[in-house]
Design a protein around this ligand. Structure first.
Ligand SMILES: [Zn+2]
Length: 286
């Protein structure tokens, strides 16, 4: 219990950190900057698909394809990459990059793995308490990559997070997330779009505690694009064509999400104009 309290205290102090030095902006109200986070890299290969391919290579390939689609067609959106090559990026640095850039959306791209090779399909996660042990297992596997960082135990940026402690994976999901609704909405869009065009079927949207999403000061999701341990998913994830289709699905979700943000901004502006007009009319009456 004492460990849990100590962890919570550290967490309390730590939660102040993401905002430090980051100038406040209305994150999530517009889509000007997107951070694409290719999961793993360098000494951290991620999960393996039957000895044929590593997760880090698939996530990078999909991320670069998605980035290219965005750069080619959304000239008003800045695309930032946490990595563009096979290099190791510490886990804390990924959301840190997004916060520094005042990003409006953070997308972390991954591949799933399971001992049951029949498990297949994509899942998009947003931050929250897991509802099934399966979801917890996914976040545990993804969070365990901090052990590649030799100083993770003493690095205050992780607030004493212990990948071997069940409490650690749960406690930090209880922190209020101001962007929960938008993250949920975007997760749904990703699953709708990728599920509709890819051969990887959608397993739906899910919640779990991911360290990489924990400190993002904007709507953020983690896409498990498919299971590298499943032969049919792996065939899609390994192929250029399959990667292109998945990137296209996420791209279409971004287009839909941007449209929705612009629509609600237009409605807000319209309401504001109407309110100003009524004030002016009221003044004229007087
Ligand atoms: Zn991963």
């Amino acid at each position: 219990m004492r460990i849990v309290i100590a962890f919570l205290l550290t967490l309390g102090i730590f939660m102040l950190l993401p905002s430090a030095g980051v100038k406040p902006h209305a994150a999530g109200s517009t889509l000007k900057t997107i951070v694409l986070d290719a999961g793993h890299g360098g000494q951290d290969p991620g999960c393996n698909g039957a000895g044929e391919i590593w997760e880090k290579n698939v996530t990078l390939a999909i991320t670069l394809k998605l980035g290219k689609l965005l750069e080619d067609s959304m000239k008003d959106v800045k695309v930032v990459y946490t990595r563009k090559t096979d290099k190791f990026v510490e886990l804390w640095e990924r959301p840190n990059q997004a916060n520094k850039d005042n990003a409006d959306l953070f997308i972390s791209i991954h591949c799933n793995a399971n001992n049951n090779t029949a498990a297949a399909g994509s899942e998009t996660y947003f931050m929250g308490l897991h509802k099934t042990s399966g979801n917890l297992e996914v976040s545990k596997r993804e969070n365990s990559v901090i052990t590649y960082e030799s100083d993770y135990k003493t690095n205050e940026r992780y607030g004493g997070f212990d990948p071997n402690s069940p409490e650690s994976h749960i406690i930090f999901t209880l922190v209020q997330n101001a962007f929960l609704q938008q993250s949920l909405k975007f997760s749904q869009m990703v699953e709708n779009q990728t599920g509709a065009i890819s051969k990887v079927k959608s397993r739906g949207i899910k919640q779990a505690g991911f360290l990489v999403l924990w400190q993002t000061a904007m709507p953020s999701v983690l896409v498990e694009t498919g299971f590298l341990t499943n032969a049919s998913d792996r065939a899609v994830l390994k192929s250029e064509e399959g990667q292109k289709i998945i990137a296209k699905g996420i791209y279409k979700a971004i287009v839909a999400y941007k449209k929705e943000l612009e629509k609600s901004a237009a409605i807000k502006a319209e309401k504001k104009n109407t309110a100003t007009d009524s004030t002016k009319s009221a003044k004229n009456i007087r």
